[in-house]
Every structure is written in C-alpha cells, then in structure tokens.
Design a protein around this ligand. Sequence first.
Ligand SMILES: NC(=O)c1ccc[n+]([C@@H]2O[C@H](COP(=O)([O-])OP(=O)(O)OC[C@H]3O[C@@H](n4cnc5c(N)ncnc54)[C@H](O)[C@@H]3O)[C@@H](O)[C@H]2O)c1
Length: 295
Amino acid sequence: MKALIAGAGVVGSEIGFQCATGGLDVAMFDVSQKALETSRASHVAFAALFQREGRLTHAEASAALSRISYETDIAIAANDADIVSESVTETWAIKEATYRALSAHCPPKTIFTTNTSTMLPSDLAKFTDRPNRFLACHVGRPVWDAKLLEIMPHDGTDPELLDEIRAFARRIGLIPIVLLKEQAGYVSNSIIAPFIIAGLDLVMRGVATYDDVDRLWMFGTKSTYGPIAMVDLMGIQTVYNGLKNLSDTAGKTEFQPILAYLKQEFLDKGKLGVQSGEGFYTYPDPAYGRADFIS
Ligand SMILES: NC(=O)c1ccc[n+]([C@@H]2O[C@H](COP(=O)([O-])OP(=O)(O)OC[C@H]3O[C@@H](n4cnc5c(N)ncnc54)[C@H](O)[C@@H]3O)[C@@H](O)[C@H]2O)c1
C-alpha cells in the first residue's frame, strides 16, 4: 500500500513516519525542497528517538526510513498512490491548488483525505475530481502518542470508504474515531479550543501567568501538559491561523485581541512554539515536563 503525504511540514512529516512504521510505502510531496529536507531530517530524528525509547529495533527503523521517498514532482509522488493524506498549509488557496493538482495526477483508485484542522470536507470536496472518495482524517500530535484518527466524512462521501479508512487507521497503529456528521473542529478541537482560548485570554489580560494556568489544569485534570503548552505543541502559527480563520469566516471577532497578542509577542519575534525551540516555554526541556512543575 502506498501513501502520498501532501505537505511535508510539521504534521505531514509525523504522519509520513507513522505510515512508514506501519509498513506502507510513503511519498512525501511538497512544493518546497527545503521543507522536504527538513522532513527527511526529522524522520531520521524520529527513527533515532523510537530506537532509544524501544519502540523500534534498529532493523525496523532502517526499514521504515527506506520506505520513504521525497518529491517535489507530484506526478512521481502520485504514481500508484492508494491514499493521500493532505497536510498542506491551512489556506483556501493552497488547499484548492493542492486538490486540483492531486486530481490531475492521482489514479482513480486513490482515496483523498484531508488533515485540515478548521475547514469542512464538504467545502474542500469541490476542488477534487472525486468527492465520493474524499473525507477528513485528522490526527493529534505527536501522532504516535495522540494515537487517534478522527474520521469525518461529508454528505457526498461513499459510506463504503469508512471500513477501508478504519482498516488504514489500524494498520498505521491509530485508533479510528468516526464522526457521524460534519463538525468544524472535529470532536477533539471542539472540546479543547474553548480551554485554549480561555487560557490565552487569561494570560493576555494579565489575570494569571501562562505556567500557573497550565499548573492548575495539569493538577486538576491529571494531564501531562496544560492548554498553554498545547499552543506551543500545536504550533503558535497554526493556532493563530485557526483563530484567524474563525474570526474572518465565522464572525468570531472576539478573537482579535488574542490574535494581536500572538502576533506581537510571538510570531513577529520568530517564537513559533516547539517547532522553533521557543514559544511560551523553551524546548527541548520545557518547564512543564519537569517533575517539580506542579509540586
Ligand atoms: N500543527 C498541528 O498540530 C496540526 C494538527 C492536525 C492537523 N493540522 C493541519 O495540518 C495541516 C498542516 O499543518 P502544519 O502545522 O504541518 O503546517 P506546516 O506549515 O508545518 O506545513 C505545511 C506544508 O505545506 C507545504 N505546502 C504549501 N503549499 C503546498 C502545495 N501547493 N503543495 C504541497 N505542499 C505545499 C509547505 O511548504 C509546508 O511544508 C493544516 O491543514 C493544519 O490545520 C495541524
């Protein structure tokens, strides 16, 4: 089975590695050669991490890496693909261009899935030549620890695809959660977003420090990180894009002060979260990961 991962950024790279460890052939496709080089380096780093943690043997890690190819040429990447997992930048123009290109180059058998966090598959389906073989499959991060694949069809998705996608999820070691109807933000983000927004609002207005917000959350819910750490983990740019989308398209103008705060204090200073080594916390050894954080 061959998976085409469209978009070799933060999440696409994790999904590609997860597919490769599940035994699939993987083509990482991106318009940016630099993104592909970073993706390749992160795959090598994931392989080393998995060996250190005893998740993979040396032979398994090497085999997984050897199954991954890196392409800027979509015609090569799309050749004989069974499934597409799309994780390109979260803008309508880029999603549309990607689905038009995928439609032109993938064989009829290819199932298209989007990992969009904020869009609905019914709004993206029209950019594809196969709306009946298109649905959303959304991961958490890191993919291998979050473990879940939220599967969200739209009204035009062929219901018979669901069993195939459930089997795909299991094959790559993820637990399938099937939504019964479309929901912006899936189940996960529908629950989590209000907590993240409330946490950012409290910090931005100076009601509490970011680490105290997380401390309270971690203590109260027995979690390993809180809503502000989650912003770093998701990527501050991704959180910003998601809130901006809601502000621009769903009339959620109340998010504008938080958007201005994230832009001025973080994005404009190159602080993107885990990805850049600094966000609210510094990485790779964030304070919330230390044993004494909530003592
Ligand atoms: N970051 C998260 O925690 C998370 C979790 C689940 C889902 N998502 C979703 O995954 C998608 C990607 O998010 P990300 O954080 O990995 O972003 P990212 O910016 O790290 O990666 C996006 C990649 O898309 C590439 N790209 C841009 N235009 C392209 C095109 N026309 N064809 C192919 N590649 C193109 C970029 O070069 C970049 O490498 C978004 O839809 C986001 O909502 C993100």
